[in-house]
Ligand binder design. Structure first.
Ligand SMILES: NC(=O)c1ccc[n+]([C@@H]2O[C@H](COP(=O)([O-])OP(=O)(O)OC[C@H]3O[C@@H](n4cnc5c(N)ncnc54)[C@H](OP(=O)(O)O)[C@@H]3O)[C@@H](O)[C@H]2O)c1
Length: 337
């Protein structure tokens, strides 16, 4: 069993811990937090040993009646791999600790690409991360774009990708984030950072991205235009994308008109936390005009990177190849079902 540490038990960390626990070949060795709060309590309730990310704050946990298993350094030392899911910028600061204990580390998309040897998306470049010491699982938006680009590039070739990303202002729990009542070009300069980030996975893909922020917390929505190498029938593209387990083609028959109903649907089908690990592509939006392909997709920012972290764990530990890992992860989490 691969022993996994999760350092940073917030939006991403808690989901990764549960996904790791669901795998047949992995165990959660423990999770680390800087302070006691509802998430620390929920980690203990789920039976995850809780470690103090900042050693001299361990007393705060004791005062709150929460048992601490030790300092995060003990956790990192004992683990086969650590998933760093701390806020942007902290992962880079933690890198020296992971090196000190020679524990391979995964970072999240909020870190700069240069924190790691490899930027990772399981469908696109799993092999690049095999046996790497430092791997960055790319952001929710880059993951969403990469999952579409990979099969399109393989089947048809890509001349140019243009994507407009309508981004949720914050996660549901991020009460400090905005905008409250506004629509922001964000960043106002073009391209947004997403295009260059996609190039960390696909160095040769020509891509321009534009970002906007809106007062929503549920999901991001992408408007995508891909110029393919040759003219393709929309039905052909639909069939091709339907074969991808991490792409959910939302059928017209479900009458899901936006992110709100998608989330409601996820709750109705019993997804934990209402998570949507797959890209949600409106099937009827998949259209072609000659070589130009158009589609709309919704990306659940809090969860699409979670199966990617699980696959990255197998890559850095050499536990499985891409196809085997993706299938095991999908089976264990019921992805694409
Ligand atoms: N949320 C998303 O939509 C999303 C999507 C894709 C990627 N990401 C990326 O994933 C990373 C984590 O984001 P997130 O949304 O999960 O953040 P988050 O919800 O704020 O969770 C981060 C957790 O790390 C803990 N923490 C803070 N400092 C720490 C430290 N020094 N050591 C250990 N734990 C520490 C925080 O809790 P305490 O201080 O209370 O312990 C917090 O619970 C970022 O790089 C982000 O860009 C986020």
């Amino acid at each position: 069993m691969i022993q996994v540490a999760v350092n940073g038990y917030g939006t991403i960390g808690k989901r990764v811990a549960d996904a790791v626990r669901a795998q047949p070949d992995m165990e959660v060795l423990g999770v680390a937090k800087t302070r006691p709060n509802f998430e620390a309590q929920s980690a203990l309730d789920r039976g995850y040993p809780l470690y103090a990310a900042i050693e001299d704050r361990a007393d705060q946990f004791a005062d709150a009646g929460m048992e601490i298993a030790g300092p995060v350094t003990d956790l990192v030392e004992a683990a086969d791999v650590v998933v760093d899911a701390t806020p942007s910028g902290i992962g880079a600061k933690n890198k020296a600790m992971y090196d000190e204990y020679a524990t391979p580390a995964l970072y999240q998309g909020g870190e700069d690409a240069n924190v790691a040897d490899v930027s990772f998306n399981a469908r696109s470049n799993f092999e690049d991360a095999v046996d790497a010491d430092h791997v960055r699982v790319v952001s929710c938006n880059t993951t969403g774009l990469s999952r579409v680009i990979a099969p399109l590039q393989e089947a048809y070739g890509i001349e140019k990708v243009r994507a407009t990303l309508v981004r949720r202002g914050g996660d549901p729990g991020q009460t400090s984030r905005g905008p409250i009542n506004d629509i922001l070009p964000n960043p106002v300069t073009i391209p947004s950072h997403h295009g260059p980030d996609v190039n960390t996975i696909f160095p040769d893909v020509d891509i321009d991205t534009l970002g906007m922020k809106v007062p929503a917390t549920l999901m991001h929505v992408h408007s995508l235009n891909v110029t393919l190498s040759s003219a393709v029938d929309a039905a052909d593209v639909r069939d091709h994308l339907a074969d991808e387990d991490r792409l959910f083609l939302v059928p017209e028959s479900l009458d899901i008109d936006g992110a709100g109903k998608l989330k409601e649907y996820a709750h109705d089908v019993g997804r934990p936390r209402g998570d949507l690990w797959e890209n949600c592509i409106w099937e009827e939006s998949i259209s072609t005009e000659g070589r130009d392909l158009y589609l709309f997709q919704a990306i659940h920012q809090e969860s699409d990177v979670v199966p990617e972290n699980v696959d990255a764990i197998r890559a850095v530990t050499g536990a499985a190849d891409a196809a085997e890992s993706i299938e095991t992860t999908n089976d264990a989490m019921d992805i694409g079902r």
